[in-house]
Design a protein. Structure first.
Lengths: 102, 102
């Protein structure tokens, strides 16, 4: 199979309201995921950049969480508006967005 | 934050019965996930080996799927019985289990 150059993982974990865990889903996790899907399609990077939703990464208090491999770069407090910058700077530019790193 | 040396991703995607997608959940995806959690605890590797469940990787026909980063190694047709071998050979030994690679 064709393997990705970059693989973006977006937490979309959910828990009942009022619990700390489940923070990512209730803070636009799915919107962040779909924004990555859209940006990857727009830039015609489908073959080399994969995006996958995940369960809890265990660092909910720093969510929403996005992790980029193979770089092992962890982003926290990500908003849908940050997706374009991550795509420009990190995925296409090769430089992680340091202001979002945790 | 402390980053993992290895991060194991296990597909636990689900879909309605009778559809090809959703193969991983109905073929022991959660059991595979829990076996990794157990093996990591038994070997006291919690700080350096992370395991996370995911949504669909898009290669359902080769599932259940397990992906290990930063190595970008993709395993298919994984069973709960394969988990110990992946832990021994790949995670602790540094050599991917070639018979399971896709």
């Amino acid at each position: 199979m064709q393997k990705p150059k970059y693989h973006i993982f977006v937490c979309t974990s959910s828990r009942p309201n009022g619990q700390q865990k489940g923070f990512c889903l209730s803070n636009d996790g799915v919107e962040i995921l779909m924004k990555f899907v859209e940006e990857i399609e727009d830039r015609e990077l489908e073959g080399e950049v994969f995006v996958t939703n995940t369960g809890c990464f265990g660092v909910c208090e720093q969510g929403p969480i996005v992790v980029v491999y193979p770089d092992n770069v962890w982003y926290g407090s990500v908003t849908p508006d940050d997706v374009e910058e991550i795509m420009d700077e990190h995925i296409e530019g090769g430089n992680p967005v340091s202001r979002l790193e945790i």
